[in-house]
Design a protein around this ligand. Structure first.
Ligand code: GDP
Ligand code: MG
Length: 225
């Protein structure tokens, strides 16, 4: 039986983390790794009560650094497939199997969730504009055409997870993962997923200003190389 690990970066998610873990368990996912990234709230103790692997950063280091910690841990534990999943309830446990399928069957090494491959009424207009611009950016920089380049719902084969080196600590890691896929020549597929926008997730989510900052950072990095 192949080992599937679900890895979750969590920062101040005490309101949602229990529900997210319970939902994963209800779909029979048993290997769950939460990285509490120096949260100021009770994320750590709430996750711990759920009897899953909970790691902790003493200081807030960012989602990229947390995913790296969680992926390294899952690989040490012998993971064959690694699923990256959000802690704020925006991802849907029932869709994991759709992302796993092409990777498990060896069609590709990476599956990337896309909210724009199915009819999407959910994404707020400004968010959609920014995400679409992000996808254009990624196409321009890395020559990879994606419909949704900044979606945190992914599946990596063990080999892909070992090869991809995440060094961007914060939100730029999403662009970096695409860059690594390109550089390493990893095969990938986009798979339709539903991203849920609730008042909670919108209240906490990334600001448009931060997305712009990331775009400029990418541009800068590209010009320096
Ligand atoms: N570890 C860690 N996770 C974070 C941080 N900021 C956000 N996250 C997590 O990353 C996921 C996505 O973040 P979010 O802010 O919702 O981004 P958005 O959905 O793209 O707007 C959620 O599970 C958050 O808990 C952070 O500083 N550290
Ligand atoms: Mg979110």
């Amino acid at each position: 039986m192949k080992k599937v690990f679900i890895v979750i970066a969590a920062y101040n998610e005490e309101k949602s983390i229990e529900r997210v873990i319970k939902s994963l368990k209800s779909f029979n996912y048993k290997n769950i790794v939460v990285v509490d990234d120096g949260s100021a709230d009770n994320t750590f103790s709430i996750a711990k009560k759920q009897n899953v692997f909970v790691l902790q950063h003493a200081l807030n280091r960012g989602q990229g650094a947390s995913l790296k910690t969680a992926i390294d841990f899952a690989l040490l534990k012998g993971a064959d497939f690694i699923v990256t999943f959000d802690a704020d309830g925006q991802h849907n446990s029932s869709e994991i199997k759709n992302l796993l399928k092409p990777v498990e069957s060896g069609i590709c090494q990476v599956a990337l969730g896309s909210r724009f491959l199915k009819s999407d009424s959910n994404t707020p207009a400004l968010r959609k504009f920014i995400l679409k611009s992000g996808a254009l950016f990624v196409w321009f920089f890395y020559g990879i055409k994606l419909t949704d380049s900044h979606n945190g719902f992914r599946v990596f084969s063990r080999k892909a997870a070992m090869a991809i080196n995440i060094t961007s600590d914060r939100m730029e890691h999403a662009s970096q993962i695409v860059e690594e896929i390109h550089k390493l020549g990893l095969s990938f597929r986009e798979v339709p997923v539903t991203i849920t926008y609730s008042d909670y997730s919108k209240g906490k989510g990334q600001s448009s200003a931060n997305s712009l900052r990331i775009a400029f950072k990418m541009l800068f990095r590209r010009l320096m190389h």
